[in-house]
Design a protein around this ligand. Structure first.
Ligand SMILES: O=C(O)CCC(=O)C(=O)O
Ligand SMILES: [Fe+2]
Length: 277
């Protein structure tokens, strides 16, 4: 969990060599490079991992033991995703390997699959800004969005701030910390495939109120499970137990894209253009 912090502690010039590659999506994302809420400053550092090859990681002298910690974690989260993909197929009455087959390339060196693991580090809110901006309006940690993937696995520390808006609700609800728990967030592709029977989960990370909490950093690991670029989307049966289908979501800035979705890779590239400066 501290890998992203250790990376952020490096001098700016040193960090620059690890900046995110816009084609592969691999690398360091500094605050401001990726913006979900353009009305606020988003205080977030991230290291996106889309390749597990040794050359893809920060040098040992810059961040000791980076691959030794990150690679096993990435394998664990990939394997957990595989279990969930089979469970999803089972729940929808599809042959168990149907979804696995569409996600065969997760974090494989050959490419052709956009899955990624993100090590997120949210720095403390600087005290001088704290005093200047009343009501904490100028900063947020992560603006509201839904993830553009099949689903996301999220492991957060105990600092708090993650909030979700459940389908059909107008209310943001805090996600509490359960030690060892992994939150599964439905993504836009799953919503599209299931014609919104499993709507994409809107979420955000707010800066907590209270000087003590605001002066503390937050860490999180997210794994974005994506289908293979060339995957043929499976047709999900409309199961009677899940009927009636819910109405289309109220706030879905990106949902209309699904109706003219050519494939998952096109959709993702469009989202990257929208969120990365
Ligand atoms: O830090 C978190 O809890 C959420 C991060 C997130 O939503 C994202 O990176 O897409
Ligand atoms: Fe997200």
């Amino acid at each position: 969990m501290c890998l992203s912090f250790n990376l952020c502690a490096l001098p700016e010039g040193c960090r620059a060599q690890y900046l995110r590659n816009p084609v592969s999506n691999h690398g360091y994302v500094r605050p401001g490079m990726e913006q979900f809420d353009t009305t606020k400053q988003e205080l977030r550092h991230s290291y996106n991992i889309t390749s597990l090859s040794a050359a893809a990681f920060p040098a040992q002298e810059d961040v000791p033991q980076f691959p030794q910690h990150a690679v096993p974690l990435a394998h664990d989260l990939t394997n957990l995703s595989r279990v969930l993909l089979q469970a999803l197929a089972y729940a929808f009455g599809l042959p168990p390997a149907t979804l696995l087959g569409c996600h065969a390339g997760m974090l494989r060196s050959e490419g052709g699959n956009a899955s990624s693991m993100r090590l997120l580090y949210y720095p403390p809110v600087p005290p001088e800004d704290d005093a200047r901006h009343e009501h904490h309006a100028a900063y947020t940690r992560c603006g509201a969005h839904a993830d553009c993937c099949t689903f996301t696995l999220l492991a957060q520390d105990s600092e708090g701030g993650l909030e979700v808006k459940l389908h059909g609700s107008e209310k943001w609800q805090a996600v509490g910390h359960l030690p060892g728990a992994i939150l599964v967030q439905t993504g836009e592709l799953l919503a599209s495939w299931t014609t919104n029977l499993l709507p994409a989960l809107l979420h955000r990370v707010v800066v907590p109120s209270g000087a003590y909490a605001r002066a503390r950093a937050r860490h999180c690991v997210a794994f974005f499970c994506h289908p293979d670029d060339n995957a043929t989307l499976p047709k999900f049966p409309q199961l009677p137990i899940l009927a009636p289908a819910p109405p289309p979501p109220v706030f879905t800035p990106h949902l209309t894209l699904h109706h003219r979705l050519l494939n998952a890779a096109h959709h993702l590239q469009k989202r990257f253009r929208e969120t990365y400066a």
